[in-house]
Structure formats: C-alpha cells, structure tokens
Design a protein around this ligand. Structure first.
Ligand SMILES: Nc1ncnc2c1ncn2[C@@H]1O[C@H](COP(=O)(O)OP(=O)(O)OP(=O)(O)O)[C@@H](O)[C@H]1O
Ligand SMILES: [Mg+2]
Length: 296
C-alpha cells in the first residue's frame, strides 16, 4: 500500500483491508472519485466486517471451496431438531423449537405463520445470521454450527442472497452503487459494475441506474435490494417478508421477479410471508406456529 492510502485510512483499517484496497486501487481510475469509492467501501466493510478467517485461524482451517457436484445431491437446507431459545433473567422463549425440515435444491418454500411465530428466527438460522441453541442446521452441504464466526461470514457472503422487508439502501448512492458497494472492498468495481448493471437492467431498472433511492418507488427500491442479493450469484436466496412493506402493484412487481428467479434460474428460495398470493407462487408452503413447524 502506498503513502497516499496511509493518509486516507486509519491504521486498523489498513491492516484489515490492505490487500483488498490494493486490488481496488489497481482496478480503479485514480482520482478523487476513486479515493471516495474505496473509502466508502471501507466504511461499509467496517460496518459489516467480513473478517479474514484463513490467516487468523491458523493453517489447516481454510474454508474448502464448495464442491457443488457432490453437494448438489444433498438438500439445500436441512434442519434437524433445530431450536433457538432466548433466555432472559427469569424466562426462556422458544422462538424456534425442534424444527426439522429439508429443502431440495431448486425448491421454493414459503414460510407462513402469525406474527411472533418464529419465521424470522428460523430464516436467520438458515441464513447463518444466528446460531441454533440446539440441533443442527445444514446449508448447501455445510453444518453451520461447525463453522467459526469468520468462516460463517465468508460462507454467507459467497453463497447466500439475503432479501429483507426493507433493503436499507444508502441514500447518498445511486441504485447501481447501492448494488455494488457492499462488495467493493473485495472485488474491483470494474468487475462488479457490469454485473450490477445487467442485473438491474434484467429487473427493469435500466433507466434508473443513476437514481438515488429517494427517487425510486417502493417496488423499485426492493428490486435494487434483490439485485444486491443476486450480485454474488447465490445458491440460496433467503427472503424475510420481501413484499411486507409494498403496496399491491409493487408486490406484483416483486412477485413476478421471484417467479422468474425460481423458474428461469432454478434458485433455491425460502421466504417468509403473510401474503397468500406470494406463498402460492412457491412450490411448497411450510407453516409455523409458536415456534413449531406444523406437519404439512
Ligand atoms: N432477541 C430476542 N430476544 C428475545 N426474544 C426474541 C428475540 N427475537 C425474537 N424473539 C421472540 O421470538 C419469537 C419469534 O419471533 P420472530 O421475530 O421470529 O417472529 P416472526 O414470525 O418473524 O414475526 P413477524 O411476522 O412479526 O415478523 C417472538 O416471541 C419474539 O418475541
Ligand atoms: Mg419476522
């Protein structure tokens, strides 16, 4: 890393992201804009750290690349007696209790249940955002409980697409920048940008690439969130109420996209929804009540 960057970044960022920044630097045109891009990426990386597991964890702990041909025969998701308890001083809430579920490759599943029934908790276990208190969670052939925190973060970043009710786009950035910014510290803009552009165009936002979120409709904002989730070419898409804050017409827009992802790309999709129409578009509906999955 040259001196210019030493001026821009605090020391602990430089130590953590040195190599990535150097890669970015090599691929980005120099100038104030490039410095701004990389600094912004570093801020995002700092807010959502993807720790480097390999060096810290010592030799022999490397996350082996996923051998898709072997694991393709396994379900995309397999829960075996998985539970998540929240313990407070004088009570224990079983947000998910003894969940057993298999989701095949390419299958799309809607998780339905009343508010507080455990949908978000279950999706967070599958997405590796939370860890089971008991039982096992296998995703794409990996037992998530056996991964270190750093390995889990890396696994999630490389394999999963996450869609939330609100995509929380950054207000100061364009639609295109919002799609690429979270990966900017690890992949050069020259690689990310054409792919993001293709995705946004494919999602009908070709004319909105340079719009900030404030000038997009609710459905368009969610489509930007979907493009961001697809940027890593995920094997599994996990969506928590993706149409939960949308009106009827925006729900239709997003639903149409989910259908295409499922049918054209054959993505494995698991989503929580309160919307009957969204649920019916999936291959299977799984019901949950009081933290327990209901027999179909
Ligand atoms: N961090 C937490 N600490 C304690 N209890 C929690 C925590 N997160 C969730 N819970 C409890 O776990 C249960 C399941 O919550 P969860 O958010 O998974 O429900 P949900 O089905 O997603 O509801 P909604 O449809 O409203 O989004 C609820 O009783 C909730 O109060
Ligand atoms: Mg929820």
């Amino acid at each position: 890393m040259n001196r210019r960057w030493a001026l821009v970044f605090p020391k602990h960022w430089r130590e953590q992201y040195e190599e990535d920044m150097a890669v970015n630097l090599a691929h980005t045109r120099l100038g104030p804009r490039a410095i701004f891009d990389v600094a912004r990426g570093a801020v995002v990386a700092w807010a959502h750290p993807r720790a480097k597991p390999l060096h810290m964890d010592g030799p022999g702990r490397e996350l082996a690349p996923i051998n898709r041909t072997v694991h393709d025969r396994e379900p995309a998701v397999r829960l075996l007696g998985s539970s998540r308890y929240y313990r407070t001083a004088n009570s224990e809430v079983g947000a998910v209790v003894d969940a057993t579920l298999a989701i095949r490759r390419g299958e799309s599943v809607a998780l339905m249940g009343p508010s507080g029934s455990g949908k978000t908790t279950l999706l967070n276990l599958i997405a590796g955002l939370d860890r089971a208190s008991a039982g096992t969670v296998w995703v794409l052939g990996r037992s998530l409980s056996e991964l270190s925190e750093a390995e889990l973060t890396a696994f999630r970043a490389d394999n999963l697409g996450l869609i939330f009710q609100q995509p929380h786009l950054l207000a100061g950035l364009s639609a295109l920048e919002n799609v690429i910014v979270a990966r900017l510290p690890w992949e050069p803009r020259s690689v990310l940008e054409p792919r993001a552009r293709d995705l946004l165009e494919g999602l009908g936002l070709g004319g909105r690439l340079n719009f900030p979120p404030g000038r997009l409709s609710g459905g368009e904002v969610q489509r930007v969130g979907i493009a961001r989730a697809l940027l890593v070419n995920p094997s599994l898409l996990v969506a928590d109420e993706p149409t939960g804050s949308l009106d009827a017409s925006a729900t239709q827009e997003v639903l149409e996209i989910l259908r295409r992802l499922k049918e054209d790309l054959g993505l494995t999709l698991v989503l929580a929804t309160h919307d009957q129409e969204v649920a019916e578009a999936m291959d299977r509906v799984v019901r949950i009540a009081g933290g327990r999955l209901q027999a179909a």
